[in-house]
Design a protein around this ligand. Structure first.
Ligand SMILES: Cc1cc2nc3c(=O)[nH]c(=O)nc-3n(C[C@H](O)[C@H](O)[C@H](O)COP(=O)(O)O)c2cc1C
Length: 419
């Protein structure tokens, strides 16, 4: 092509053909097929029409106000860590075993005394109601219907008791953001335990403020004031389909007040959490504790020493740019923690095969954040159901393909680093 394009006779037409085909190339070429013209206006009409979670992403993009969508989608600085999470999963290749009996596949897992039907979970995310008015509780009902594990964000305005009722089955895992106002932290964690949370995850990867440039740019494209679309402070009367964050109550109100207090006291972000200060959490709860945001093997070693679950996460690329991808951090952490404490991972997991790979590499459960928000943004609660259905189908097929009838058959020899 390069040589043809250099020819004086052919150059103009070939150049324009190349320009035209370049315009058709998908924005994210590693996932959609390169030969399929990318249609920026693509959206599925019904949840069941979505072939994969990316079609729900495209549909949500059409339906959700651009700034709300960008809040969910973007990462720190220019989003390098978001891309790394996704791209690096492709660098680990599957090496399937053949001729095994995989007529029936059992993908259930047990974690913290609960049995879940599937080895994936919904990550804690703030502000799901910005994607659709069904919000977090819509997702809780969907996850409960399929007995899928779920971690609720510290910003969730509903209580653990309300969420567990919506889940109607296995209890939710609670996430706490620790801050120096110890009384607040204590109340929040003890209330969650009293209400029946299964375990507590502690967010440890936010010691600084962060900047998301693409989100800031998206906001410039939508200068509407929130109040022009939504009644503020009245959750029952949203004018649009997307609920606006409304007067938070209970825990989130407390958390906001505590964070404000903290910011005043420390004139900066909550950088006060240390291995030492974390020890106090042990004294106030009997719940199992997992630390969310572990990336370094030395921190995994500390978790093993102190009995914390290891949650390998870089916050979906939202807090630091050019971080290692989580999948590439996993092997060193597995070498230290496997079989000693539970290992969770998230960051860029979008397909059943992605999840199967991480399980084979040693993760005990795999989480995703944005995909369940895509389902929510596209169709509300039934869109979240569709995300789960897609994952169930893809995981079953992936397990059969690699020759695994159950999760314990997913062993490290099935995966190797291809690049
Ligand atoms: C909109 C949004 C809000 C989030 N809020 C939280 C949060 O409140 N607490 C937290 O620990 N992580 C939060 N995260 C990070 C997720 O828990 C999770 O680590 C990340 O989404 C996983 O990457 P993935 O989106 O590529 O699957 C958030 C992520 C998104 C997309």
């Amino acid at each position: 092509m390069k040589y043809l394009a250099a020819s004086a006779v052919l150059a103009p037409s070939i150049e324009s053909a190349l320009a035209a085909s370049a315009a058709e190339l998908p924005a994210n070429p590693e996932d959609p097929f390169m030969w399929w013209p990318h249609d920026p206006n693509f959206a599925v009409e019904r949840p069941e029409d979505a072939l994969d979670v990316f079609e729900l992403e495209a549909t949500a993009y059409k339906k959700v106000p651009v700034a709300h969508f960008a809040y969910m989608e973007t990462g720190a600085d220019e989003g390098g860590t978001v891309r790394a999470n996704r791209q690096d999963i492709g660098k680990f290749a599957i090496r399937s075993r053949r001729l095994r009996d995989v007529r029936t596949v059992d993908a259930n897992v047990s974690m913290y005394g609960a049995k879940y039907n599937w080895p994936f979970f919904f990550c804690p995310v703030g502000g799901p109601a910005a994607q659709h008015a069904d919000g977090f509780m819509g997702a809780a009902r969907a996850a409960g219907r399929h007995n899928v594990a779920q971690i609720m964000s510290p910003g969730t305005k509903e209580t653990v008791a309300q969420v567990n009722k919506a889940r109607n089955g296995t209890p939710v895992i609670f996430e706490a953001a620790i801050n120096p106002n110890w009384e607040v932290t204590k109340n929040v964690i003890q209330n969650a335990e009293r209400d029946g949370a299964r375990a507590v995850a502690i967010m440890i990867d936010l010691p600084s403020t962060f900047k998301r440039n693409q989100y800031e740019r998206a906001k410039r494209r939508d200068s509407r004031l929130c109040g022009t679309c939504h009644e503020l402070h009245d959750p029952k009367h949203p004018k649009g389909t997307v609920a606006h964050r409304v007067g938070p109550t209970s825990r989130s109100q407390i958390a906001i007040e505590a964070m404000t207090e903290q910011a005043k006291a420390y004139k900066g972000p909550p950088a006060t959490l240390t291995w030492e200060s974390l020890k106090r959490v042990r004294d106030i709860t009997k719940m199992d504790i997992t630390l969310k945001g572990v990336m370094h093997p030395a921190d995994a070693e500390m978790c093993v020493k102190l009995g914390y679950g290891v949650f390998v996460s870089n916050h979906g690329g939202r807090v630091e740019d050019t971080s290692a991808s989580t999948i590439s951090a996993l092997p060193d952490i597995v070498a230290i923690a496997k079989g000693k404490v539970p290992i969770f991972i998230d960051g860029g997991f979008r397909r059943g095969m992605d999840i199967v790979k991480a399980l084979a590499m040693g993760a005990d459960m795999v989480g995703f954040g944005r995909p369940w928000l895509w389902g929510l943004g596209a169709f509300g609660e039934v869109g979240v159901d569709r995300v789960i259905e897609i994952m169930k189908t893809e995981i079953t097929a992936a397990m059969q393909q690699v020759g695994a009838a159950s999760i314990k058959d997913l062993t490290p020899d099935l995966v190797y680093r291809s690049l």
